[in-house]
Design a protein around this ligand. Sequence first.
Ligand code: ZN
Length: 478
Amino acid sequence: MFDIYSSYTKNDIYKILNVPKDKQKGHWNKGHASYDNMHFIFANIGIAGSGFSSERQYDYNNFFDEDGNLNWITENNRKQNSPIIQSLLSSNPYLFIREEGTADKHWEFVGIGNSIHIEGNNPVKIVWNIDTDKTYHFQSEKADVTILREGKKLARSDTNQIILQPAGNKDSREHYEDTITNLVSLRRIEQYLESDDMEILRSIYKDHAPLWGVTPGKKSINFKKWKRVRVGDVCLFSRDKHIFSSAVVAHKVHSKRLALDLWQRDAAGSTWEYIYFLDEVKKHNIPYKDFNRSVGYKSNYVIQGFDVLSPEKSHNVFEDFNLSSSIHLDLIDDKEFHNTVQDMDELSGKHLTLTRKEQGKWRKMLFPTGTRREKCGICKNEYTIDMLVCAHIKKRSKCSIDEQKDFNNIVPMCKFGCDDLFEKGYITVVNGRIMVNNKGLTEPMLKYLSNIDGNKCDFWIKSNNDKYFQWHHEYHNQ
Ligand SMILES: [Zn+2]
């Protein structure tokens, strides 16, 4: 399984595919490799090939065109009618790229290719349309291989990112009014999008959504940045030397037709076809100078164009302006989660981020897509899910790795008190009933707790998590 826009070393790829030692390297060090009826393309974009001592310096002038298609050139001695090229053209290859800024030795998976144009011989030029919006799974008998990343460094950036979106010119002022201040109805949108995109949108929005789009930009520069945008990233809209609003990215789609309907074309004939849907739109009044200080820019810096900040800069902005989303958390797959849990105690500096990732994993399980309200596992009151946390029954720091990863050890608890009261041992659960420990409680605390005392805890299941509740009770009653 390759995650879209995640980076992999060739060794990662061998492990995922179970490529035996004697089938590794060789053609894998070229621009096109095939294995087990699958084809893989490794394209350097705007840089000469590098990173492997065994890899020669190829620079075939591959690029993304205005439509986001990958224009790719084969090795010199290939003809259109050669069996290898015929086999490639009849397949949907996995497309990996390296470009300026890609981590050393890593290749970014950008999607599955569909050939839409073929030209020339010795070499052959192929234009690949890229299917990007899904995560691709494929069958492999031993697919469950843990990817060990070199030096514990996660190839993917660890935090949500900050997106800069200046909206000061005439077009963007109108767009902001038309599709963010005034929401767009899903009815209008649905004629342009795939049904699985619509399903996601309907799970997020009732019937109207705020959205934004960018043009491909010169040399597809905006398209490349847009590719890096992920759900949970926070977009900052700016004009007149201020950041005036923020919003969280909830979904993204590429649709020229939708963009044309919503915003028509700009003076150069382009449209804002690289679209992202937003949520949690908030007003701000952050002067550029405060933002610049946070990011480390000169105080008179003016935000110029659509951009995605580096993980370090994004981290600073999140910290300084408290912008993180509590609904659209970045989700991680099981492998990364496993690595995250193991790394957590070693990398104390990254503790906050990793905890967010861990919360993301549990939240996805407790609050499936579309859930906006849920009951607290202790007081049973219903809250919006941003007022609930995924709490560990047995203290996380006392858990073995297996226990830390055990979903049975997780209960949703409200921020109105239950989470803290449980963590500090004012409440425990004994045989499925809430029990209040009267250790120096004040009057208001007693009042809150008297509503809960003796209630049945719906999350208690004897065979699943009683051991954790027992541990918790004994820990606080020694
Ligand atoms: Zn509660």
